[in-house]
Design a protein around this ligand. Sequence first.
Ligand code: MIG
Length: 689
Amino acid sequence: MIKKYSYGQPIETSAVVTDIPAEQDEIQALNLIRSDEGNLFLTYFMEEDDVVYGLGEANRGINKRGYIYESFCSDDPLHTEEKRSLYGAHNFLIVSGMVNIGIFVDTPSQVQFDIGYTAKNVLKITPSDENFKLYLIEGNGAYDIVRQFRKLIGRSYIAPRWAFGFQQSRWSYCNEDEIREVVKNYRDNHIPLDAVYMDIDYMDGYKDFTVSEERFPHFREFVSEMKQQGIRLVPIIDAGVKIEEGYDIYEEGRYYQLFCKRPDGSDFVAGVWPGKTHFPDFMNTNARNWFGSKYQKLLQEGIEGFWNDMNEPAMFYTEEGVREAKEYLKGFDFDNIDAGNFFQLTDMIKGLANRRKDYESFYHNMDGQIVRHDKVHNLYGFNMTRAAGEAFEHLQPDKRILLFSRSSYIGMHRYGGIWTGDNQSWWSHLLLNIKMMPSLNMCGFIYSGADLGGFGSNCTEDLLLRWLAFGIFTPLMRNHTALGTRNQECYRFGNSEMFKNILSLRYSLIPYLYSEYMKACLHDDMMIKPLSFDYPDDDLSRHIEDQLLVGESIMITPVYEQNAIGRYVYLPEDMLFVRFQSPSKRSCCVMHKGIHYIPVDVGEVPVFIRQNKMLPLCRAVECTDLLDTSKFELIAFTDKEMEYIMYEDDGFSKNYDAHENLVSFAITENDGQLGAVSSKTIVKLSLFH
Ligand code: MIG
């Protein structure tokens, strides 16, 4: 049951698609309090053993209890443990225990969630704006609440199937030959690959929707050359539009008044990659339609996917900030630098980027309503991505286009996925990736993933192998790294065989992963879940943070520590342990409910098949275009009749709900013998009980 409460005059965020009338009475479950300082907050008393799920793209654990988080989309590339904000703002959480309650604070500006940080058992939610909507969801457990919430916010974006292939990125592959070289190395080593990313250097002077003629002189031909090798190119689009006379996007945006404004009506200026830029006013319908239509320039070159970056929006500096810095420096006593002014000086310079003050200094025209940016800050990246998503509906109505964003708010999940931004090549960030996936799923961001191998810092071979062994289960499976870091493509480390094995397993799993992904999208469900969602009565499951359920059949237990030779796992029921060593080499054994230590060598992938479930596998290939989904191998863990329904479609059109899309793999009994029955060819059945 969902109740909606509305306070003051909230700005519409478009997060929710179901219109429900607001309650008239005061809220029952939470206390709305005004503090002595005058600000409004909500409190809820948590029981000692309540678990708190949610907050989507946020730091720390699956259980959010014990820390403080702030929803304020932030371009912060150092996701250390103390950070309170990352790139997304996903204000949905669930307090789960004897009583279960879902809370969605729908407001476009900053919100603070103190989840037992100040007082151990107190959840305190402080919206920075007193005009907000609040949704309270009662349900039969956390999982039920998530499903109700997901119905409220609408169907998740659906990616094309090729986007389940492995994707390689780097900041930047600078020209055609560098990309050719990457592709050649993958193909020569028989390591599967479906896409290569084009980071900012493909553009002409970092100007959106341009392609450097010098570095990509025959772009359309190049896109098609890559396509013939089964490779899609995915260009980046940045939020800021370069200020340059004669550049059509700049000229049009200025002429039609489609950029964010200063109070005096002039276009707001921020420095980003191209130098000085204007920010398109994505809160304005005309601006969205205009910017969205520009993606056509690349679509008509044959491009089929995009990633939207820098849309918090990130800024290196503003003109106002620089002016202040200059003033400060004029008066600075460079001859007498001591501890006091030294830090003042460095903080001053570092503080030029993404200043709160700057976010408070420009305005949006929300179709007639003038709103200061900080009041709607969390909607900017959402609306950039919405601009693209809505445009694709007209430009390519019958085709799925890959789209994901860095910044987001709930509601954006209907238009695109996300990647989790600038992580580091740290083991702790592999673990963070593991813990974040179910939270993203709760908020509808199903097509998502992290920079595998880590963005900042130098990756090592074992970290990349372990990270990929987890990444094969995330819909977006992309290796990406920053400018200046060590080469991180899979063929860069001596032993390409292990990489080939892991990625080949991904391709064997694609029919299953895609099926579970599509079911999650079509039924407003989750693809990647915490254990407790499917084992609600198993107490220990509520506290497992490093094992996940992927779809209905499997539990995964990734290794995320350097030099580990295995790990402890907890089985909430008897399961079949499958140790994938290579596509052709694996060992299986039944393990009982409880705690076990399992060996997992570097290069191996441990998978547990749940009771009365099965895992279909197809033959591994080097790109998704070559997948043969007529023949399957089944690994089943059952001693009775059962069935797995696989969702399958062409992977690019939008005929999602057709009945033919469901294929049955059944284990049935005949003359006392269990066997497999399907309209597909079963090349091998491995049955365990
Ligand atoms: O300020 O385009 O998160 O993935 O490689 C850095 C360069 C800008 C940040 C993105 C990252 C991308 C990088 N971008």
